[in-house]
Each structure stands twice: as C-alpha cells, then as structure tokens.
Design a protein around this ligand. Structure first.
Ligand code: 26Q
Length: 823
C-alpha cells in the first residue's frame, strides 16, 4: 500500500500559503516577487483544485465500488460562471484563503474577479443545469453532467453608440478547472450509408461511416457544499480522428484536404449557438447534438458494461435526463446500440430505452420547438432516420389500436410532420422515448398538458406528465453572492444549516418585528446598492443615487419577456415627471431603471429594444429637470458573475412576460432570496412564489394566461384600441425625443399594426398603476423591509435541492450515496 497524498490537503492558512507559493514558483514558473493578481488567482485555484481532486477521486472510487444507480444529466448548456469562489465556499476554506492571500498582499475579492466566467450557456436553461450539478453533489447523488466543451461560450456584449455589438468569448487561455483526458476518446461517425448484413442467420444493419470525428473528454470537478462528494462534469471536445480513415487521405497525398478535414472536425465544438428560445435548423447544430450525445452514451454504456450485468438491468443502473429536446437523439442512439451492436430484439431494447430516459420541456413557444428536416437527418445520420421511422411506425400502430376512428390524431401526433419539407418533431420523439415528461413550473406543466402535448396525455394517460418546479442553489445565489445577508440570516437561523435545508429560513419570520434586525437588513441592502452604483459609474459614467429605488430587469432580451413594456413604462414616467411643477417633483421618489441582457445576434427586434433603452437613457440621464428622479441604465454584458452583484442590489425586479409564455423563470427566485420584491405577471414560477410568500408581498399585474387567446383574437379580428397613455408614449418617440423615430417604428408597429401579439397595450395600464403602488409601498421603508424579510423567510421551497430530490424520487429512482467524511 502507498501513502495517501498529504501535501495538497491543506486545512489552515500556513498550509494554504505554502501551496500557493509552490504553485507560483513551480506550476506557473514565476517568482513571488512578480506575482500579480492573475498569478495569485491561478495559484489559489490550483491549490483548491488539488484539494478537490483528492475528494473527486474518492467520490468516483466509491461510486464505482458501490455500483448503485447513477444519474446522467445531458445538457448542451452549463452556465457555470466562476469556479474559485464557489469551490472555496463549498469546501469551507474561504476564510483560510482570505487570510492567507492577505498575508501575501492580496484582497480576496480582487483575486476572485480575475476569473473569466465559464459561459457555456444562453440563459435560464444553462444556469438551471449548473444549479442542478451543485445540488446533486451537495445531496451526495452519484451523478454526472455531460456537455460540449465550446471553445467560444456565449458572445461578450459591447454597447457601441447604443447598439449591441458581439465580440467572441475566447475563454480557454488558462482554465485550471478542467482536466483533459486524452486517454478518454470516442470515435463518432457521420454521413455514409447503411448496409444489411446477415450474421448467423440474422439480418443486421451496419452503418458505414462517411466521416469520423474524435471526441476527447475534459473533466470538471463539481464540489458539493459541506460534503466530500465531488461529482464530475464531462465536456466533449472535437478533434480530427487521426485514425485509419483520415490517414488514407493523408497518405494519398491530399494534404490540403486532410488539413481542411481537421479544421472541420474542430468546428463541431467551436461555438455555442447564441439563440435562446428560438430554433434554427443548422446542420452544424445537429452535428453538435449527435457528436455530444453519441460520445456520452458510449461512455455511459462502457461504464455499465464493466459490471457485467444483463441489459435488462440497464434502467436500474442508469437514469438519463434530457435537458430540453437538444439531446433527443440519445434515445435513437441507445436503441441503435442495443439493436444493431448488442443484438437485442427491438421490443426488448425499446423497453430498456424508454425506462431510461426522462425529458424536461422548457418552453411552449412554437418557434422554440425543435424540428429537423428529414433530408438533413437522412444525410447526416442515415441509420438514425431509419430507426426514427420505425419508432414512429410502432408508435402510430399503437395509437391506431387505441383510437381506431381518429385519423387526424395520427397526423397530429406523428413524429414525422408531413410538411414540405418533411420534419422530425424532436419533442414528440422525446415524449415517445421517455417514461416521464416534466414541465418546470406548475402553470407551465399544466399548459403543456392542455396545449402542445394534449394528444399525448390522451394516449399515455396523465401519469406520464409531471411537474418539477425549478429551483436555484442558495450556495451561489445567497451565500456567495450576498455574504453579509447570508451571515445575518445565519445569526437568526441557528448557523449555516439553512444553506442545506432552505426551509429553515422560516425561522426569520419571528424576527420580523425586531427593529435592530430590520436596520441591519436595510444596511446590507444599501451597501449592495452602493457597490452596484460604483459599477454603474465605472462602466457607464452615470452617477446614480443609492438611496433611489433600484428597479431591475436583467435577462435575455426577448419580445415575450417584454423589456419593451418596461421601457415604454419608463418613458411614461419621464413624461409625467416633465409635466410636473418643480414643487410636485420634489415629492417624487427617485428611481433607477436598470436593464441588462443579450439579444441573439440574428434577433433584429430584440436589438431594437436594446437601442431604445440606450436612447432613452441618453436623453433622461442628462435632463437637468429630472436629476436623480429618474436614471436609465443599460448594463453591458450581463452574465452569471454580474448577476451575483446585481441580484443583491435590487429593490424591485421585473418578471413581466406575457402570461403563459415564460415557462418558469429562475431569476425571480434569485431576486426574492436576496431581499428584493418583484413586480410580475401571473406567469411561470411567479405564481408559486406568490403562493409561498403571500399576495401582499408581490406586485402582480396584467391579464391572465387563460385570457390571452381571446385577446389576441380580438386584436386581429375585432377592434384594437391602443391604451391612451401608451399612445402618448408612442407619439413622443415619433416626435424624435429619443433620436431618429424611424429606428423605433417597427417596435411601435408591432403593437399598433401587427396585432400586439405580446399584449403590451392590454397590460400597459395595469403595469403603470402597479408601479405607482410600488412607489407608495417603498416610501414606507419600515414596512418595505418587513415585506422583504417575510418573503425571504418563505422562500425555502425554491432551492434546487428540493427540485433535485423530486427528480430523484419521481423520475430517476435514485438514492444518495452515504459519505464517510474521514475516508
Ligand atoms: C434550440 C435549437 C437550435 C438552437 C438553439 C436552441 C435553443 C437554445 C437555448 C433553444 C432554447 C434555449 C434555451 C431556453 C431557455 O433558457 N429556457 C428557459 O429555461 C428556464 C429553465 O427551465 C426557464 O426558467 C425559462 O422560463 C425558460 O425560458
């Protein structure tokens, strides 16, 4: 037996410092005399990484040895943000690092800021996957994430002359958090043709490759909070296979085209598609999906085979969750492996497949539902298309049996849409190939059952469809983002246990009346606003008063999320202020409207919205009549680490999507958990937040989702009169108050002429009125703080730990692995 590695398991300041110095002087080959903040960041990360590796190895060994059922979370996006702060807090040694770094001459906040966000996602769906990994590790579930190692994450946003400009996000210069596994590779094939062969009297399909690309694994350790469990996130990177196949070309003297092949192979994992809630049928996107799915399944199957169990035990050992339809090909690929390669009978294989998969839907927007042209699938994955057709055939046969007189039902539920060109409906394939389908908030889960998947509820019965309301990790979104509030809460809730059992927040409620507590609470909020004000000054040059009401809307820019409603409301406020006498103005409450978020590069209307926000800011912020009463800020390049600064600094945040369009929303949870109130529509998780915290602690407005259809119908076929206050706002824009009116004519026309699909006019009056209620409520600071404290105390439900436990119980049927802290 060998001795366990001791040096990397520092537990105190001196041990930590030794490790930092060692890494600066050896790993980084620098001297402590020219150690800058970047080197301090690198060395600190390497020191913590070493610590994680020990736990990581032990976790993996324990999971292999016990060989219990594992969860695999397949997601094309993991929006992780920064890793160092999270690792320090989860391991419980941030104080040690803080003291050690101070002794070496560094402030830990500055060191942490050196890290580039890992931004391998667009928005909510990607961040949800990251919160889930944190919870899975914290709850000691044997779980792996599988994703793609994009060379370029979501683009960096710059605002130039009020317009969004996209800059590539090259983030892999130095990333201490990933481990290349050059020995873990999988050859992935594309194109080619399918041949039938007879082997031992059995006819089998053999897929001959047209192209082979190699997948190389990169592993990222995922530490749980206050537990040694350290799980694995495996990201695949693409590379030319360099195998026999490509050698032939090379040897035959075709050097140029063999280099071109190499380039093409690396293109697969080069870039994250920057669309959020919009699908576009690009061949490269389909290649990404298959590449990642096939590599992941090969890996999962390889691990399963090590235990030499029978195939029928596969679903007892493996649960695979599909994060939206992006990994749906995994269903087809597993069926292919079982039938073509392992030689199982179709029905037996299909039983295994459907017992293994669960599918999470994140949208009802028709433009976001994935469909792929049959011709494209045929070309890229010829065998998979055959299997899809067979899956569809057997499925439709069973539907026909159950609904013999309903021809139209077959057309409606067919996995193949009989359009020109024909399309593969990925959501339908995901439903047919999974044992559970879930939505991400109650309203959303009800909506999918009554609208887009209605027929499938009839076919399979209601039990196949379930709800798992989203959650967020309180470690990152409270403890890490808002350390002072976390500490204050801990002092009232009996220590840090609430971070692992968020329902313990309910102990706060008995302190609501405590004046001293309220005062400390308010001071922390104010300090967080001062910090954001400084960021605003540094990045935009605009000085905002931290005593103003901070009104925040940060999320991807999308018409359904209605940033246009917000900015029209801001213009309305500006016009009202302008119309007042100086004496009247003195009585008004100062407000800062803060926006942030990226528009998909091809989403023209979203970019117009950004431009209008910036144009309004340019006018309002320099208007001397207005001064502090109104400032309009657009924060550049909203991302996870900025969210960690913004959420704690908000007084009120906006979650104002057209009812029935936002599946859940998760930033609503982050803002309330950080002691801010929200203004919102009856949509997504807002509804459940209201149920938990109470109607008096939230500002709800607008039409309900059940009214949306009729309103839209009325816009198109009845008379559509625009709200008179909104009309004044439009007139002001058209007068040129905020720059060339033509720039904004499409936004106005969408409401006035094109049916106002997102019901901006219908909700405008109620929105304005509700903002007046917000102002009034904010004037009574004492009451306001009480509302905030009460809300936080009732937010326990929205932890992603609760969410993961529900998945584990209802969908995955997996148990945590008990850990021994001393092994
Ligand atoms: C699909 C095909 C081709 C290219 C891109 C895409 C694509 C990419 C990203 C489609 C959708 C997304 C992201 C969707 C998303 O973030 N949805 C959000 O998921 C959150 C977590 O469940 C919810 O809280 C939000 O309501 C939902 O909008």
């Amino acid at each position: 037996a060998w001795k366990r590695n001791q040096i990397t398991s520092f537990t105190d300041k001196d041990g930590f410092e030794k490790e930092v110095v060692r890494h600066v002087e050896t790993t980084l080959a620098r001297s402590m005399f020219n150690c800058d903040e970047i080197a301090a960041y690198s060395a600190t990360s390497l020191a913590f990484r070493d610590r994680l590796i020990t736990h990581w190895n032990r976790t993996q060994q324990r999971q292999t040895y016990r060989d219990t059922k594992r969860v695999y979370y397949l997601s094309l996006e993991f929006l992780m943000g920064r890793a160092l702060d999270n690792a320090m807090l989860n391991v419980g040694l941030k104080n040690v690092a803080q003291d050690g770094l101070a002794e070496l001459g560094f402030r830990i906040e500055d060191v942490v800021k050196q890290e580039h966000d890992a931004a391998l996602g667009n928005g909510g769906l990607g961040r949800l996957a990251a919160c889930f990994l944190d919870s899975l590790a914290t709850l000691n579930f044997p779980a792996w994430g599988y994703g793609l190692r994009y060379r370029y994450g979501i683009f960096k946003q710059e605002i130039i002359d009020g317009y969004q400009v996209e800059v590539p996000d090259y983030w892999l210069d130095f990333n201490p958090w990933e481990f290349p596994r050059h020995d873990v590779t999988v050859d992935i094939q594309f194109f080619g043709q399918v041949n039938k062969k007879t082997v031992g009297g059995k006819t089998i399909s053999v897929w001959e490759a047209g192209e082979i690309v190699q997948a190389v694994a990169y592993d990222v350790p995922i530490p749980g909070y206050d537990t040694p469990t350290t799980n694995n996130l495996r990201l695949w990177s693409s590379k030319a296979s360099g195998g026999e196949f490509d050698f032939q070309k090379f040897n035959s003297g075709d050097y140029e085209s063999s280099v071109a092949d190499q380039q093409r192979a690396e293109t697969i994992s080069a870039v994250l598609y920057p669309n959020d809630n919009l699908e576009r049928g690009k061949e490269l996107r389909l290649k990404q999906q298959y590449f990642w799915v096939a590599a992941s399944l090969y890996d999962i199957v390889r691990r399963f085979k090590k235990s030499r169990r029978s195939w029928n035990e596969f679903p007892d050992q493996v649960a695979i969750q599909l994060n939206d339809t992006h990994p749906t090909l995994a269903i087809v690929e597993l069926q292919r492996i079982l039938v073509d390669i392992e030689g199982l009978e179709w029905d037996n294989a299909w039983e295994i497949v459907t017992s293994t998969f669960g599918y999470t839907n994140h949208t009802v927007l028709p433009e976001a539902l994935e469909k792929w042209p049959v011709g494209l699938v045929q070309h890229l994955l010829p065998r998979h298309l055959q299997i899809i057709y067979d899956i569809n055939l057997f499925f439709l046969q069973s539907v026909e049996k159950a609904f013999p007189d309903d021809r139209d039902m077959l057309r409606r539920v067919s996995i193949i849409e009989e359009s020109q060109p024909k399309m593969v409906r990925m959501a339908f394939l995901a439903i047919v190939g999974s044992h559970k389908v879930n939505g991400v908030a109650e309203l959303h889960s009800d909506l999918i059952k009554t609208t887009i998947f209605k027929d499938f509820v009839e076919i399979y019965g209601p039990d196949k469809f379930t709800n798992v309301t989203n959650g967020i990790t309180p470690r990152r979104w409270l403890h890490q983002a808002n350390p002072r509030l976390s500490e204050l809460i801990a002092s009232k809730c009996g220590g840090n246990d609430f971070l692992k059992d968020l329902t313990l927040l309910n102990q706060l409620e008995k302190h609501v009346e405590d004046k001293q507590f309220r005062k400390e609470w308010a001071e922390i909020k104010y300090a967080n606003k001062v910090r954001l004000a400084k960021h605003i000054k540094d990045t935009t040059g605009v000085v905002v008063n931290p005593a103003s009401l901070f009104d925040v809307q940060v999320k991807r820019i999308h018409e359904y999320k209605r940033q246009q409603l917000n900015i029209f409301g801001v213009i309305h406020r500006y016009l009202s202020l302008k119309a007042m006498t100086p004496d009247q103005r003195k009585k008004q409450l100062p407000r800062v409207s803060i926006f942030g978020g990226k528009a998909a590069p091809g989403y023209w209307m979203a970019k117009q919205i950004i431009h209008l926000i910036n144009s309004v800011g340019a006018v309002v912020n320099k208007d001397e009549d207005i001064g502090d009463l109104l400032k309009v800020i657009f924060l550049e390049d909203y991302n996870v680490s900025k969210a960690e600064m913004i959420c704690p600094a908000s007084d009120i945040s906006e979650h104002i999507s057209t009812a029935g369009t936002e599946a859940s929303g998760t930033s609503n949870m982050k803002f309330v958990l950080n002691g801010g109130l929200i203004i919102g529509t009856c949509d997504g998780a807002n509804i459940e937040i209201t149920r938990e915290i109470g109607e008096s602690n939230i500002f709800l407005f607008g039409n309900l989702s059940e009214d949306v259809e009729d309103l839209r119908h009325a816009h198109t076929y009845g008379s559509h009169t625009i709200d008179s206050d909104l009309d004044k706002v439009f007139n002001e824009i058209e007068k040129g108050t905020f720059g060339t009116p033509h720039d904004f004519s499409a936004m106005i026309a969408a409401v006035r002429q094109h049916g106002d699909y997102y019901l901006v006019s219908d909700d405008f009056h109620s929105y304005i009125e509700t903002h007046q209620l917000v102002d009034e409520a904010y004037r009574n600071q004492d009451e306001w703080i009480a509302k905030c404290i009460t809300s936080v105390s009732r937010m326990g439900f929205f932890t992603s730990d609760r969410c993961i436990n529900e998945y584990a119980e209802e969908i995955w049927n997996v148990e945590p692995l008990a850990v021994d802290r001393h092994s």
